[in-house]
Write a protein that binds this ligand. Structure first.
Ligand SMILES: Cc1cc2nc3c(=O)[nH]c(=O)nc-3n(C[C@H](O)[C@H](O)[C@H](O)COP(=O)(O)OP(=O)(O)OC[C@H]3O[C@@H](n4cnc5c(N)ncnc54)[C@H](O)[C@@H]3O)c2cc1C
Length: 398
């Protein structure tokens, strides 16, 4: 690497080109606010990473109304409910009937592909394969960060506002002094064993199953590819699991007197997903603002991670738009408090769904029975169903 460091001056510097960083960059670009996104990974590997899949209607609107792409409407799969299965019986929840809302199944890698294409189409400055290794001057009017590209050329970005959109292991978050922050964390004694399989859908809606063998989620990707998870030990090794063993385990978790049978196929992806609940407060420090998983993570049971990232983007975009059009930074100062209200609602919902549907292996039998009592309470009451449906489909954006 040469000693020369190229200086880039811009208004908003964004670290991380996941859905949060790219969505914010796109909205700023639409509003004429100059910005740069610096992303450690390459386009191809992010496009091939399978993660979230459920979008709230408001997240869909953000993609469509802001002019990213309408593909989510033509290729996304609208779901008007889920199936809560316990004691071997199915309990369908109809979101349209309960709260007049739906969700859309559209994989996170497709969201990334659309956002990346929109930034390229609109001339956005997105640098892939560039890892940010240093943040400076966060408490001044010109925060800065440094990165090196794949050709070993060094850059320093000078901006007005620095955004940490760098995911759950956030480098940006770690640059905030200990004295100015508080972290809230819950770790869980279980994880999810996730598979992708070439199989048809097993049922019209997603199935969230509580069983004496543990939790299972029978999710979907398309007509021919399905996503499924079962609760496992966090230290589980995917290589110890043959296809037969996986299908036996998954089937045991949805077995019931109705003889419901999973549709099986070739498994082409296996992964163990450890999860935790985490919130950093506040979500800002000086001129650094955290969005998405950099500021908070939720267990995936409530399907809230990506949606929460988009909700942060909406709040922060409005604050930045107001700041650049009126020089008033009141909304920027309010960003953390405003965003955290929704974050804690989502944390509560994700924790609630997780504890109701999972039973730790060594749980007191009382707790397993209590969870069944809770599922019975929720499914036998319209108010209970509505609470779940409203939270799952998403509260109105701030
Ligand atoms: C298996 C799985 C299933 C999930 N299911 C759901 C679901 O159904 N619904 C839902 O809403 N959410 C779900 N989530 C959560 C969702 O994927 C995340 O909440 C979402 O990715 C958050 O987006 P983000 O942009 O904040 O972070 P990320 O997507 O993690 O993006 C952060 C980016 O920053 C980059 N980066 C990191 N450090 C640096 C650095 N130093 N310099 C430059 N770049 C850097 C990373 O490479 C990454 O691309 C799931 C997650 C997983 C893992």
């Amino acid at each position: 690497m040469s000693n020369e460091r190229t200086i880039i001056k811009t208004k908003v510097g964004i670290v991380g080109g996941g859905p949060a960083g790219l969505m914010l960059s796109h909205m700023l670009g639409q509003a004429g606010i100059e910005n740069i996104v610096v992303e450690a990974r390459d386009h191809q590997s992010i496009s091939n990473t399978h993660r979230a899949g459920i979008l709230e209607a408001q997240a869909v609107s953000m993609l469509v109304d802001s002019g990213v792409d309408g593909r989510v409407l033509s290729e996304g799969d609208v779901h008007s409910g889920i199936d809560l299965r316990f004691n071997g019986e199915s309990h369908p929840l109809d979101f349209t009937d309960l709260v007049d809302a739906t969700v859309t199944l559209y994989a996170q890698n497709e969201v990334f592909i659309d956002l990346a294409a929109a930034r390229a189409r609109d001339g956005g400055d997105v640098r892939y394969l560039c890892e940010v290794t240093e943040l400076m001057d966060l408490e001044t009017d010109t925060p800065k960060f440094r990165f090196t590209n794949a050709e070993d050329e060094a850059f320093e970005v000078h901006c007005d506002i620095l955004i940490g959109a760098d995911g759950s292991r956030s480098f940006c978050r770690r640059q905030i002094p200990d004295t100015n922050r508080q972290d809230f964390t819950v770790t869980y004694p279980f994880a999810w064993f996730g598979i992708l399989t070439e199989a048809p859908k097993s049922a019209p809606e997603l199935i969230y199953a509580n069983s004496p063998h543990g939790f299972a989620l029978i999710s979907q990707r398309s007509e021919t590819v399905q996503r499924m998870y079962f609760q496992c030990h966090p230290g589980e090794n995917v290589h110890d699991w043959s296809e037969d063993r996986i299908w036996t385990e998954l089937q045991a978790r949805v077995d019931g007197p109705d003889n419901f049978t999973l549709k099986t196929g070739k498994i082409f992806d296996k992964t163990v997903l450890k999860f935790r609940s985490f919130v950093r407060e506040p979500l800002s420090h000086g001129r650094l603002f955290l969005i998405g998983d950099a500021g908070h993570t939720v267990p995936p049971t409530g399907a809230k991670g990506l949606n929460l990232a988009f909700a942060d983007v909406k709040v922060l975009f409005e604050a930045l738009d107001s700041y650049y059009s009126t020089s008033n930074d009141a909304l920027l100062h309010a960003y953390s408090d405003t965003a955290l209200k929704r974050v804690w609602k989502a944390q509560n919902f994700s924790y609630w769904m997780t504890s109701m549907l999972h039973t730790p292996v060594d749980a007191d039998p009382f707790m397993a029975k209590r969870a069944l009592g809770e599922l019975e309470t929720v499914t036998s009451s319209r108010y209970g169903q509505q609470y779940l449906a409203e939270s799952y489909t998403g509260w109105p954006h701030a």
